[in-house]
Design a protein around this ligand. Sequence first.
Ligand code: KG4
Ligand code: ZN
Length: 338
Amino acid sequence: MSDINVLAIESSCDETAASVVRNGREVLSNIISSQIDLHTIYGGVVPEIASRKHTEQINQVIEEALKTAGMSLANIDAVAVTYGPGLVGALLVGVSAAKAISFATKIPLVGVNHIEGHISANYIENKDLEPPFVCLVVSGGHSHLVKVTDYGEYEVLGRTRDDAAGEAFDKVARAIGLGYPGGPKIDRVSNEGNPNAIEFPRAKVADSVYDFSFSGLKSAVLNYLNSCEMKGETVNQADVAASFQKAVVDVLTEHSVAAIREFNIKKFAIAGGVASNTHLRASLEEACKREGVSFYRPSPILCTDNAAMIGAAGYYNFIKGKISGYDLNAVPALKLGE
Ligand code: KG4
Ligand code: ZN
């Protein structure tokens, strides 16, 4: 069988990214232009600024991805692009670029779900990983526990009822003065703190074993900070960070173990920006070892937003014949499996 090269484009949030991926697993280039510095002064992503910056960056990021891979469009078999979920104005930039390339060259267009992309990042460095497996997807916008039954086939076991895990990290980081983006900063600062210093709640969702809720935890941290201020007590930033992070890691680990046990699947993977958290990785790795399950995790650079993961997912869509028409549009609230 001849090789299949996918040009992939990702612009759903604050990274403009393009990549060339061969046969779904081999990354020939992975270009990421991050806008984080632009948004930091506002304490979060500003949608209008994100779309404008994507428009400025997209063509050169795509050219760079092809150049680094040593290719031209003549070598490309499919153009994969994230069409949701994400910020509508940001998604539209990538979708329009992919449609233009596809229309001009007649290279097939493949729409990819961003969450499916995150999950598929696991295929890149784990050449032996095949479904079925259970995957915990934790990013700035999403927290899902998913059963991957086959390539491109997903059963969502649980999702967050309110804030996503990464959103909670970002909000708590801001409250304790660490700034944006909060996840990596809490990860680092918590190394100097005591994770058992403050007892924050581990939220349970009444009618579901697998759903998450993080807004109560976030409020508990804010209440704690307020009460310290009222009492004139100084806040130990590292202790708050470590205790908050432990509460998140405990809940994510507990839910993951419950799924591993219920479905008796011997493979467990993590994905999304929060999956680069060193404490979460360690906790899940240990839990998998205890349960006798293989543990898969992408390198940190493939956990946060990138286009290589979209190329991996796009490849499996493409070989299954899931080709998109030129009416492909941005779908900001796209669900997994749609
Ligand atoms: O997957 P991602 O790049 O974008 C979305 O699809 O949302 O995830 C970004 C999120 C942010 O909330 C960021 O704070 C969080 O991932 N994050 C982390 C870490 N690195 C990134 N959270 C905890 N620990 C980290 N090391
Ligand atoms: Zn993402």
